[in-house]
Design a protein around this ligand. Structure first.
Ligand code: VGL
Ligand code: ZN
Length: 212
């Protein structure tokens, strides 16, 4: 069943932020985040094209609670709106910002780094959190002729959700492979994310139920 799916040339797998800091033992650990790794390695073999994203923050980034003398998971109004404040995570060049050691990097044709601007966070692989500053991914996908993006990785209720919603906005078909994701689940954010995704028109599928 599972092995029967083979993606077309117009389909791309986007692997979101499968980095040490989002896995157990990391600075912003997502519960059971490491469990997505074997699922994603298997999925990657069913796609002809794979892109990774990598959360890549400068030290003392505006999204870090410590930058503002606040506690993690409080919120703060920044110039572009409400921002959840996170523990320091995925700092450029640190082991926490590396991909999980068991994630097969070979299939990645492109690594999109995001969140490197000091004063602005970036959950989505397409736009920074001001919903205006572009990462360049839309242009890349269009240039390559991709029409349908499949998302997996960490975390389902933040970076995966924002990326999948923006993909749709940018005119691509958008699918989230649910069992290849794990969530932070801050105050019910997982349930809310699933409703938001469905309402917007993002398809939610299980990796074993991918159909051509
Ligand atoms: C993420 C919070 C902060 C994510 C990144 O990858 O979902 N969440 N930075
Ligand atoms: Zn981050």
């Amino acid at each position: 069943m599972q092995q029967s799916f083979q993606a077309t040339e117009a389909e791309v797998l986007v692997v979101v932020d499968v980095q040490n800091d989002f896995c157990p033992g990391g600075a912003l650990a997502v519960r059971r985040g490491d469990e997505v790794v074997p699922v994603i390695n298997r999925l990657a073999s069913q796609f002809r094209h794979v892109i990774f994203t990598q959360d890549w923050h400068s030290p003392r980034h505006a999204s870090f609670a410590s930058t503002h003398g606040k506690k993690p998971f409080e919120t703060l109004r920044l110039a572009y709106g409400e921002q959840v404040l996170w523990p320091d995570h995925c700092v450029q060049g640190t082991p926490g910002a590396d991909f999980h050691p068991a994630l097969d990097r070979r299939p990645a044709e492109l690594v999109v780094r995001k969140g490197f601007r000091q004063n602005i966070d970036s959950y989505s692989a397409f736009f920074e959190n001001d919903h205006h500053t572009r990462t360049g991914l839309s242009g890349y996908l269009r240039d390559r002729g991709f029409q349908h993006a499949y998302f997996c990785g960490l975390a389902l209720d933040f970076c995966v959700k924002w990326s999948a919603l923006d993909a749709l906005q940018e005119g691509f078909r958008s699918t989230v492979i649910e069992d290849a994701c794990r969530a932070i689940d801050l105050d019910g954010s997982l349930a809310a994310a699933l409703v938001e995704l469905r309402t917007a028109g993002v398809s939610l599928v299980q990796s074993a139920r991918l159909a051509a």
